[in-house]
Design a protein around this ligand. Structure first.
Ligand SMILES: [Zn+2]
Length: 175
């Protein structure tokens, strides 16, 4: 397996640590790329949000073939009737939005350093989950598993940071 992590528009906090962590968790090489946020037909001015599947379809050609590619964007996404989504995956490509994973989205944090750590942890969890999905893993019922579904930021925070034993097994990760 080969992982591609592509940042669109600007970087994210803890990017280098995230790359190391992905390489360690999946025991796979990780390629990284920085791209400009594309000209897009996905913006919906009335909601100030982007249509997730339209944007992902526009980004997908920029993936490196053979990779499990995750794009990280800073735009707020929605999908169908869902008011917002943290991430979206389709046709072997995934995208994570940092917007609502950032504690500052919910108001000025009392403690900036711990908000920064929380932001990094949330991004890592979502990226891990999307790579899991690209590898064919379904949602996991184990709340301590990073593959547990989370459609609120509280759900992202309360679930575990790593794959459970069953998911590790499905991914053929040892240990
Ligand atoms: Zn699991």
């Amino acid at each position: 397996m080969h992982i591609g992590l592509i940042l669109a528009g600007r970087t994210i906090p803890g990017f280098n640590a995230l790359v190391d962590s992905l390489a360690g968790t999946f025991r796979s090489p990780v390629s990284t790329k920085f791209i400009d946020f594309p000209f897009t037909r996905s913006f919906r001015k009335i909601r100030n949000q982007y249509v997730a599947d339209v944007l992902l379809a526009e980004l997908a050609p920029l993936a490196v073939s053979g990779d499990k590619t995750v794009f990280v964007v800073h735009e707020d996404l929605f999908c169908g009737s869902r008011e917002f989504v943290f991430s979206h995956a389709k046709n072997g490509c995934a995208m994570v939005s940092a917007t609502r994973l950032d504690p500052r989205f919910y108001g000025p944090p009392a403690d900036l350093p711990s908000a920064g750590l929380l932001f990094r942890e949330r991004i890592r969890k979502e990226v891990l989950r999307q790579i899991g999905r690209l590898c064919g893993l379904p949602d996991c019922r184990d709340k301590s598993c990073v593959m547990a579904p989370s459609d609120s930021v509280e759900g992202v925070d309360s679930k575990g940071k790593e794959f459970c034993a069953k998911c590790r097994d499905s991914l053929h990760l040892e240990g």
